[in-house]
Write a protein that binds this ligand. Structure first.
Ligand SMILES: NC(=O)c1ccc[n+]([C@@H]2O[C@H](COP(=O)([O-])OP(=O)(O)OC[C@H]3O[C@@H](n4cnc5c(N)ncnc54)[C@H](OP(=O)(O)O)[C@@H]3O)[C@@H](O)[C@H]2O)c1
Length: 253
């Protein structure tokens, strides 16, 4: 569905949300495969330690469009542009309906969703002019349907799935790939706060490998681990009368 990306040698890759977890693992793997990696997140120290002298550590808060634009300006000044952009910045706070606050909801929307809208106008003109390259958006299987503890997080991830689909329709015919990444549970600082058992939990390194395998296959949706995400894909198509009892049973809520 997308042009396959197999050879990362000298590819200019911008990872947004790369100071820890899946983004950091992806940065290390890509550097090992010869890519030029620009890493963005809020913590400059973590980015410096991650990419060292081999890449660009460009700190920015994705909720601040000017800061993100300045980060992209530094990348463009160094490399002239980018080939692949991966949006991984995300925040997650598990909460039930009676714990939800407006501030929490707003933070999820700002980081998980609005950050992409801040990013797209920066990178799209260059990618469209090149008629090549790709944008990958890391959403989640939590965006498929409503799940417990996901009142602020889930809707942002559902929106990202819809956004990636709409982007694909516009960009693929113009030579720019769009990849939607939907992980299951990955062991990272983000999920460390979960107190429930996470089925089919995988490491951040395994997640990075899955993402690169998906790029190599040119898949629009890269989802993993399949033993978990296939089950959620089935749940996605159940009628509500079956979906809600199945979720209650499998999550104990
Ligand atoms: N772990 C999972 O099981 C799982 C499952 C499905 C989807 N995902 C998604 O995968 C992505 C990566 O998550 P992860 O699990 O690797 O968690 P993580 O280790 O917490 O990584 C989140 C990244 O986002 C960055 N970030 C957060 N707020 C930011 C902001 N305002 N501006 C710039 N960067 C910001 C963080 O860096 P700073 O704090 O330094 O800014 C960090 O680099 C997220 O979108 C998450 O929703 C994760």
């Amino acid at each position: 569905m997308n042009v396959r990306i197999r050879d990362w040698q000298d590819k200019r890759v911008w990872l947004v949300g790369a100071s820890s977890g899946i983004g950091a693992a992806l940065a290390k793997t890509l550097i090992a495969r010869g890519a030029r990696v620009a890493a963005t997140a809020r913590s400059q120290d973590a980015l410096d330690a991650l990419v060292g002298k081999k890449g660009l550590a460009v700190a920015a808060d994705v909720t601040q469009p000017d800061a993100l634009a300045a980060a992209y300006g530094r990348i463009r000044a160094a490399w002239g542009g980018v080939d692949v952009v991966v949006y991984l910045a995300g925040t997650y706070k598990p909460q039930r309906a009676w714990e939800l606050t407006v501030a929490d909801a707003r933070r999820h929307v700002e980081v998980n969703l609005m950050g992409v809208y801040h990013l797209l106008p920066l990178v799209l003109p260059g990618l469209l002019a090149q008629k090549s390259g790709a944008i990958a958006i890391v959403s989640s299987v939590a965006g498929y349907r409503g799940l417990p503890n996901s009142l602020a997080y889930g809707p942002t991830k559902a929106a990202l799935i819809n956004l990636a689909e709409a982007l694909y329709i516009d960009l693929a015919p113009r030579g720019v790939g769009v990849f939607l990444v939907n992980p299951g549970f990955v062991e990272t600082p983000l999920t460390a706060q979960n107190t429930f058992r996470m089925p089919a939990l995988i490491s951040a390194e395994a997640a990075a490998d899955e993402i690169l395998r998906g790029f190599a296959r040119g898949e629009f949706e890269i989802h993993f681990p399949k033993r978990f995400t296939r089950m959620l894909a089935t749940l996605r198509h159940l009628p509500y009368a079956l979906y809600f009892p199945a979720v209650r049973k499998s999550t104990g809520t």
